[in-house]
Design a protein around this ligand. Sequence first.
Ligand code: GDD
Ligand code: MN
Length: 365
Amino acid sequence: MKDLLELAVVIPTFNEIGNVPTLVAKLDAALQGRNWEAIFVDDDSPDGTAQAAREIARLDRRVRVIQRIGRRGLSSACIEGMCATAAPVVAVIDGDLQHDETILPKMLDALQADEALDVVIGSRFVDGGCTGDWDRDRVAKSAFATKLSRRVLKADLSDPMSGFFMIRTQIVRELSPHLNAIGFKILLDLMTGSPKPLKFLELPYTFRVRTEGESKLDHVVAMEYLIAIYDRMFGRVVPVRFAMFSAIGALGAGVHFLFLGILFKELGMSFIGATIVATIAAMTFNFFLNNALTYRDSRLKGAKELFDGWVTFCIVCSVGAVANVGVAAFLYDARADTWAFSALSGILVSAVWNYALSSRFTWGR
Ligand code: GDD
Ligand code: MN
């Protein structure tokens, strides 16, 4: 019985090469006498984090490495790591030493002592916890994000933004089809994805200062947070990717008009010529914006991938445009007083077409 694996510690990493050996040593010290394994989930970091972790793994069989190629995302990396263990309990901890690994045994004890408990959360906002050295800006942003999370979260969590927690692995396996896996907020995703409220316990810790490498929390991650909240609120009605694709499509229409205005009105180009250039400009604009935002997690990179993607995107959208005109004309033919309805129907059909086909052929999903 004593040899049974108790705990897996999942460590999402992106460019954390300087932190890997220290973290393993710290886990080893903190988890003395426990049966644990560590799973690094690295998104093919250019700095060679995965290789550094593999070198340790050759010497220490408790260390495992998942190297994901062509994908990015903290939440999805955590889910993948959590589903890859045979341990009954799994923890998620940042790879940059900001989370306090010394409370892991206490977290594990709590879960082992109380069968009804589902998740133990490291919190910076319960008594004894601390955010450490944060500037006013980050305090304000974190407070805003926490407030926003209350719109989707029914539980009264002090630190729903925490990326440091321990949970029963079986729960993650059951919930994984219901997770949105967007951005950074894996804990929030789990807590809001569960049909029955999860029973949780919060333990205090002090958020440490990062000494090696740098934070990946940027504007896009902040936007992804808003998207994740949207997904929990309205995602069932209009899927989040489709909503983004359509919003970008609307911006593309603006680009189209801008080019048309300049080329046709200002520079006196022929209407047909100006329309062709405006259409290509709008498609190109939409392609790059969708690549950077809607499909950030499977973004195309490098000249060849981008060129091939752009070509397939333009082909798909051209067919979409023909479908738009076809549907609108057909409906308008049937009843001429419904011009706005006909036009909207055409737009909707082409939006769904463009979305479905470009998702498949441009971004290979
Ligand atoms: N695999 C993978 N893929 N790992 C990633 C990615 C990614 O796209 N982005 C970030 N990571 C890893 C980092 O390498 C680090 O180990 C960990 O995730 C946290 O990333 P940071 O960039 O250091 O985030 P932070 O310190 O600003 O915020 C963290 O702590 C907050 C407080 O607990 C995150 O965990 C937040 O979710 C959390 O709120
Ligand atoms: Mn960090």
